[in-house]
Design a protein around this ligand. Structure first.
Ligand code: AHM
Ligand code: MG
Length: 320
């Protein structure tokens, strides 16, 4: 068995970054404990407040956010923290070397049904000439990430992590240590499975509707191949499946309505997942360019997301 600490050491990860990752992971095990106890810990249900994006927060959104924030702000390595559940950047140690952004509890709508949920995170180098409370700390392209990962609170708790090398998979053991269970994740370039919220189909561009209909037509259509469909309603679970057995995940822009620029957030959802997917040989795009090349604007900016099997994502580029 190889623990995440010894794997990071073997990967020659700088010591401060390893310490920071371990701090973050220790917070994730505290969240895993709460998730596992569910109703017994009184963590289910709504928190009767809204986040900056106007979404009603679940109790577990708030609890997970507080656990991560507290742990990270206690670390001398952390200059700034950004979260889906925080309106603004939270300042840490002004001389910290890193900034951390996270979605503390992705897939909130699955909390109360005991479905898949997770924590998505990303780490960048802190910008020395930028204040710790400035959103500009996070105005860095996804390519600049020094670490990206997620923890999936599923039947087992698993961690997918890259520090620039391969995307690796770890499983949480009974002693709260993440042990390496798959050294290199790999996404096949072609696929037979797609993942999208089909209820939005009528809001998409005609070209994208045509593409999805060609997949649905299966062997009888232009693709001459049957495609399966899966949708967890949690990006963390849906992208995890793509990393495990291939396929594509889509969260397109609607041509109307509230999600006209996509629903998922660039900083703490799309970018970390895009790095994991690319480091597993897949492709991640907003339909026009690689997600990792997008020049960020605002902290909670949303983007359309198409990621997974490289050849399939390439087909979608330029179409949507
Ligand atoms: P959340 O971070 O508030 O949970 O929202 C993001 C989630 C993603 O995990 C998932 O892909 C998407 O929202 C599903 O949204 P919907 O079911 O509204 O299509
Ligand atoms: Mg989310």
């Amino acid at each position: 068995m190889q623990s995440v600490a010894s794997q990071l050491n073997q990967d020659k990860t700088p010591a401060p970054l390893t310490e920071l990752v371990l701090t973050l992971l220790s917070a994730s095990t505290a969240i895993a404990h709460k998730v596992r106890q569910g109703a017994l810990a009184g963590v289910l249900g709504s928190a009767a407040q809204q986040n900056v994006q106007g979404e009603t927060q679940k109790k577990l959104d708030v609890i997970a956010n507080d656990i991560l924030k507290e742990a990270l702000l206690a670390s001398a390595h952390v200059k700034s923290v950004a979260s889906e559940e925080e309106d603004n950047v939270v300042p840490g140690n002004p001389s910290g070397a890193y900034v951390v952004a996270f979605d503390p509890l992705d897939g909130s709508s699955n909390i109360d049904i005991n479905g898949q949920i997770g924590t998505i995170f990303t780490i960048y180098r802190a910008l020395p000439d930028v204040a710790a409370d400035s959103h500009k700390q996070f105005a860095q392209q996804g390519r600049a990430q020094v670490c990206a990962g997620y923890v999936l609170y599923g039947p087992s708790t698993q961690l997918a992590l890259t520090t620039g090398g391969p995307s690796r998979l770890y499983t949480l053991d009974p002693h709260d240590t993440y042990q390496l269970t798959q050294a290199e994740l790999a996404i096949a370039p072609e696929c037979q499975e797609f993942s999208v919220n089909m209820s939005n189909l009528r809001h998409w561009s005609p070209a994208l509707q045509g593409y999805i209909q060609s997949l649905q037509a299966g062997k009888d259509g232009v693709r001459s191949k049957d495609f399966n469909m899966r949708w967890n309603g949690a990006m963390v679970g849906d992208v995890h499946r793509v990393l495990m057995r291939g396929g594509i995940f889509l969260y397109p822009a609607n041509t109307q309505g509230a999600v006209h620029n996509g629903k998922l957030r660039l900083l703490y959802e799309a970018n970390p997942m895009a790095l994991l997917v690319e480091r597993a040989g897949g492709r991640a795009s907003d339909g026009k360019q690689a997600i990792l090349d997008i020049e960020p604007g605002t902290l909670h900016q949303r983007v359309p997301v198409f990621m997974g099997a490289a050849q399939e994502v390439a087909k979608l580029e330029g179409l949507v």
